[in-house]
Design a protein around this ligand. Structure first.
Ligand code: MG
Length: 255
Protein backbone atom coordinates (compact mmCIF):
# COMPACT_ATOMS: atom_id res chain seq x y z
CA UNK A 1 0.00 0.00 0.00
CA UNK A 2 1.15 3.55 -0.76
CA UNK A 3 0.03 5.85 2.05
CA UNK A 4 -0.25 9.53 1.16
CA UNK A 5 -0.73 12.69 3.20
CA UNK A 6 -2.42 15.25 0.96
CA UNK A 7 -4.42 18.41 0.46
CA UNK A 8 -7.63 18.29 -1.56
CA UNK A 9 -9.61 21.53 -1.87
CA UNK A 10 -7.63 22.91 1.08
CA UNK A 11 -8.56 19.96 3.27
CA UNK A 12 -5.77 17.78 4.66
CA UNK A 13 -6.29 14.02 4.81
CA UNK A 14 -4.46 10.70 4.73
CA UNK A 15 -5.22 8.10 2.12
CA UNK A 16 -4.03 5.15 0.05
CA UNK A 17 -3.21 5.33 -3.65
CA UNK A 18 -5.61 3.20 -5.72
CA UNK A 19 -4.74 3.66 -9.41
CA UNK A 20 -5.73 7.21 -10.35
CA UNK A 21 -7.74 7.71 -7.16
CA UNK A 22 -6.92 8.11 -3.49
CA UNK A 23 -9.00 6.19 -0.95
CA UNK A 24 -9.44 8.55 2.00
CA UNK A 25 -8.63 7.35 5.52
CA UNK A 26 -10.26 8.37 8.76
CA UNK A 27 -7.65 10.19 10.83
CA UNK A 28 -3.95 9.24 10.80
CA UNK A 29 -2.66 5.85 9.66
CA UNK A 30 -0.39 5.28 12.66
CA UNK A 31 -2.80 3.53 15.02
CA UNK A 32 -4.55 1.38 12.43
CA UNK A 33 -5.98 2.17 9.03
CA UNK A 34 -9.69 2.79 8.50
CA UNK A 35 -11.09 4.01 5.18
CA UNK A 36 -13.95 6.50 5.10
CA UNK A 37 -15.42 5.11 1.85
CA UNK A 38 -14.70 8.39 -0.03
CA UNK A 39 -12.22 8.63 -2.91
CA UNK A 40 -10.67 11.62 -4.72
CA UNK A 41 -8.80 12.11 -7.99
CA UNK A 42 -5.04 11.72 -7.35
CA UNK A 43 -4.19 14.42 -9.94
CA UNK A 44 -6.23 17.01 -8.06
CA UNK A 45 -4.37 16.44 -4.78
CA UNK A 46 -1.25 18.16 -3.53
CA UNK A 47 1.01 15.70 -1.75
CA UNK A 48 2.41 16.63 1.67
CA UNK A 49 5.36 15.08 3.51
CA UNK A 50 3.97 11.72 4.68
CA UNK A 51 4.76 12.03 8.41
CA UNK A 52 4.16 14.35 11.38
CA UNK A 53 7.45 13.96 13.21
CA UNK A 54 8.27 15.28 16.64
CA UNK A 55 11.82 14.42 15.62
CA UNK A 56 13.76 13.24 12.58
CA UNK A 57 16.62 10.94 13.57
CA UNK A 58 19.34 10.34 10.99
CA UNK A 59 22.31 8.03 10.74
CA UNK A 60 25.56 9.78 9.84
CA UNK A 61 27.58 7.11 8.06
CA UNK A 62 25.89 3.86 7.07
CA UNK A 63 27.13 2.77 3.63
CA UNK A 64 30.40 0.93 3.07
CA UNK A 65 30.85 2.73 -0.28
CA UNK A 66 30.40 6.18 1.35
CA UNK A 67 32.89 5.34 4.18
CA UNK A 68 35.41 4.30 1.52
CA UNK A 69 34.80 7.49 -0.49
CA UNK A 70 35.47 9.60 2.63
CA UNK A 71 38.45 7.40 3.71
CA UNK A 72 36.66 6.90 7.03
CA UNK A 73 36.84 3.80 9.21
CA UNK A 74 33.72 1.63 9.45
CA UNK A 75 32.03 2.82 12.67
CA UNK A 76 31.46 0.28 15.46
CA UNK A 77 28.05 1.70 16.34
CA UNK A 78 25.70 4.06 14.48
CA UNK A 79 26.48 7.78 14.66
CA UNK A 80 23.13 9.55 14.90
CA UNK A 81 21.94 13.16 14.80
CA UNK A 82 18.63 15.03 14.68
CA UNK A 83 16.89 17.43 12.36
CA UNK A 84 14.01 19.53 13.70
CA UNK A 85 10.47 18.87 12.45
CA UNK A 86 10.57 22.34 10.83
CA UNK A 87 13.16 21.00 8.34
CA UNK A 88 10.48 18.83 6.72
CA UNK A 89 9.43 19.77 3.20
CA UNK A 90 6.85 18.43 0.81
CA UNK A 91 7.36 16.26 -2.28
CA UNK A 92 7.48 18.44 -5.37
CA UNK A 93 8.27 21.52 -3.27
CA UNK A 94 11.05 24.06 -3.37
CA UNK A 95 14.09 24.04 -1.10
CA UNK A 96 15.54 27.46 -0.38
CA UNK A 97 19.32 27.80 -0.78
CA UNK A 98 20.11 29.72 2.42
CA UNK A 99 21.86 33.03 2.18
CA UNK A 100 25.54 32.81 3.13
CA UNK A 101 25.85 29.05 2.53
CA UNK A 102 28.77 28.27 0.21
CA UNK A 103 28.07 24.61 -0.50
CA UNK A 104 24.68 22.88 -0.33
CA UNK A 105 24.74 19.09 -0.79
CA UNK A 106 22.11 16.44 -1.52
CA UNK A 107 22.09 13.08 0.27
CA UNK A 108 19.65 10.42 -0.99
CA UNK A 109 18.37 8.25 1.87
CA UNK A 110 15.85 5.55 2.64
CA UNK A 111 13.67 6.67 5.58
CA UNK A 112 11.02 4.98 7.69
CA UNK A 113 8.02 6.40 9.53
CA UNK A 114 7.28 5.14 13.06
CA UNK A 115 3.71 4.00 13.70
CA UNK A 116 3.63 3.35 17.44
CA UNK A 117 5.51 4.15 20.61
CA UNK A 118 8.91 2.50 20.26
CA UNK A 119 11.06 2.08 23.36
CA UNK A 120 13.82 -0.51 23.97
CA UNK A 121 12.75 -2.77 21.08
CA UNK A 122 14.81 -5.75 19.98
CA UNK A 123 16.19 -5.99 16.45
CA UNK A 124 13.92 -8.98 15.85
CA UNK A 125 10.74 -7.03 16.68
CA UNK A 126 11.82 -3.63 15.33
CA UNK A 127 10.06 -3.73 11.95
CA UNK A 128 6.67 -4.16 13.65
CA UNK A 129 6.99 -0.54 14.83
CA UNK A 130 7.22 1.10 11.41
CA UNK A 131 4.41 2.22 9.16
CA UNK A 132 6.60 1.83 6.07
CA UNK A 133 9.30 3.24 3.82
CA UNK A 134 9.84 6.56 2.06
CA UNK A 135 12.54 8.75 0.48
CA UNK A 136 14.39 11.54 2.29
CA UNK A 137 16.92 14.07 1.04
CA UNK A 138 19.28 14.90 3.92
CA UNK A 139 20.17 18.36 2.65
CA UNK A 140 23.38 19.62 4.20
CA UNK A 141 25.22 22.95 4.23
CA UNK A 142 28.60 21.23 3.92
CA UNK A 143 30.70 24.32 4.54
CA UNK A 144 28.88 24.96 7.83
CA UNK A 145 29.19 21.30 8.86
CA UNK A 146 32.97 21.52 8.41
CA UNK A 147 33.23 24.93 10.05
CA UNK A 148 31.06 24.16 13.09
CA UNK A 149 32.45 20.71 13.88
CA UNK A 150 28.98 19.60 15.02
CA UNK A 151 26.10 19.26 12.64
CA UNK A 152 23.02 21.01 13.97
CA UNK A 153 23.23 24.25 11.99
CA UNK A 154 24.36 22.54 8.77
CA UNK A 155 21.46 20.06 8.79
CA UNK A 156 18.59 22.08 10.26
CA UNK A 157 17.56 24.95 7.99
CA UNK A 158 13.84 25.06 7.16
CA UNK A 159 13.17 22.70 4.26
CA UNK A 160 16.36 20.62 4.67
CA UNK A 161 14.40 17.35 4.95
CA UNK A 162 12.25 16.76 1.85
CA UNK A 163 10.23 13.58 2.50
CA UNK A 164 7.93 11.48 0.31
CA UNK A 165 6.23 11.09 -2.04
CA UNK A 166 4.39 8.48 0.08
CA UNK A 167 4.97 5.68 2.57
CA UNK A 168 5.24 2.25 0.94
CA UNK A 169 4.19 -0.42 3.41
CA UNK A 170 4.99 -3.61 1.51
CA UNK A 171 8.64 -4.00 0.56
CA UNK A 172 11.66 -5.92 1.73
CA UNK A 173 14.32 -3.23 2.03
CA UNK A 174 17.33 -5.52 2.50
CA UNK A 175 18.61 -5.03 -1.08
CA UNK A 176 16.97 -2.14 -2.91
CA UNK A 177 18.55 0.56 -5.09
CA UNK A 178 19.01 4.04 -3.60
CA UNK A 179 19.71 6.65 -6.30
CA UNK A 180 19.94 10.39 -6.72
CA UNK A 181 19.43 12.27 -9.97
CA UNK A 182 20.56 15.90 -10.29
CA UNK A 183 18.89 17.57 -13.32
CA UNK A 184 18.26 14.07 -14.70
CA UNK A 185 21.87 12.86 -14.27
CA UNK A 186 22.59 9.90 -12.02
CA UNK A 187 24.85 11.03 -9.13
CA UNK A 188 24.33 8.44 -6.38
CA UNK A 189 23.71 4.79 -7.12
CA UNK A 190 23.94 2.14 -4.44
CA UNK A 191 21.91 -0.49 -2.66
CA UNK A 192 20.81 -0.98 0.93
CA UNK A 193 22.83 -4.19 0.83
CA UNK A 194 25.83 -1.86 1.41
CA UNK A 195 24.42 -0.76 4.78
CA UNK A 196 26.93 -0.93 7.63
CA UNK A 197 24.05 -1.27 10.14
CA UNK A 198 20.78 -2.94 9.16
CA UNK A 199 17.48 -1.11 9.54
CA UNK A 200 16.64 -3.46 12.43
CA UNK A 201 19.90 -2.58 14.21
CA UNK A 202 19.27 1.14 13.66
CA UNK A 203 15.69 1.11 15.02
CA UNK A 204 16.68 -0.97 18.04
CA UNK A 205 19.76 1.21 18.72
CA UNK A 206 17.79 4.49 18.57
CA UNK A 207 14.87 3.12 20.62
CA UNK A 208 17.29 2.26 23.40
CA UNK A 209 18.30 5.94 23.55
CA UNK A 210 15.06 7.85 22.97
CA UNK A 211 11.38 6.93 22.81
CA UNK A 212 10.15 7.10 19.23
CA UNK A 213 6.55 8.24 18.79
CA UNK A 214 4.01 7.82 15.98
CA UNK A 215 4.98 10.02 13.04
CA UNK A 216 8.69 10.23 13.92
CA UNK A 217 11.09 9.63 11.04
CA UNK A 218 14.33 7.64 10.94
CA UNK A 219 16.66 8.12 7.97
CA UNK A 220 19.25 5.45 7.25
CA UNK A 221 22.24 7.38 5.83
CA UNK A 222 23.46 8.12 2.33
CA UNK A 223 25.65 6.19 -0.12
CA UNK A 224 28.70 7.49 -2.03
CA UNK A 225 28.43 10.27 -4.59
CA UNK A 226 27.18 13.18 -2.48
CA UNK A 227 27.65 16.52 -4.18
CA UNK A 228 26.55 20.13 -4.50
CA UNK A 229 23.30 21.70 -5.76
CA UNK A 230 22.59 25.21 -7.04
CA UNK A 231 19.45 27.33 -7.37
CA UNK A 232 17.50 26.13 -10.39
CA UNK A 233 18.49 22.48 -9.91
CA UNK A 234 15.99 19.61 -9.82
CA UNK A 235 16.84 16.81 -7.40
CA UNK A 236 15.25 13.37 -7.38
CA UNK A 237 15.74 10.71 -4.73
CA UNK A 238 14.69 7.44 -6.32
CA UNK A 239 14.33 4.30 -4.23
CA UNK A 240 13.52 0.99 -5.86
CA UNK A 241 10.07 -0.26 -4.91
CA UNK A 242 9.33 2.91 -2.95
CA UNK A 243 9.11 5.85 -5.37
CA UNK A 244 10.72 9.11 -6.47
CA UNK A 245 10.93 12.25 -4.37
CA UNK A 246 11.43 15.33 -6.54
CA UNK A 247 12.32 18.81 -5.30
CA UNK A 248 13.67 22.09 -6.70
CA UNK A 249 16.34 24.39 -5.34
CA UNK A 250 15.61 28.10 -5.37
CA UNK A 251 17.62 31.13 -4.31
CA UNK A 252 16.89 32.86 -1.01
CA UNK A 253 14.98 36.11 -1.39
CA UNK A 254 16.92 37.47 1.60
CA UNK A 255 19.87 39.52 0.46
MG1 MG B 1 22.81 11.86 5.61
Amino acid sequence: MKIVNFLYKNRQAWGAVAGERIKIMEGCPYEGIKFSGETVDFRKCKLLAPANPGKIVLVGLNYRDHAKELSMKIPKEPVIFLKPATALSNPGGRVVYPKGVKRLDYEAELAVVIKRKTKNVSEAKSLKYILGYTCLNDITARDLQTRDGQWTRAKSFDGFAPLGPWVETDIDCSDIKVQLYLNGKLKQNSSTKNFIFSLQQIISFISNIMTLLPGDVISTGTPSGVGPMRPGDTIEVKIEGVGTLENYVCASRLR
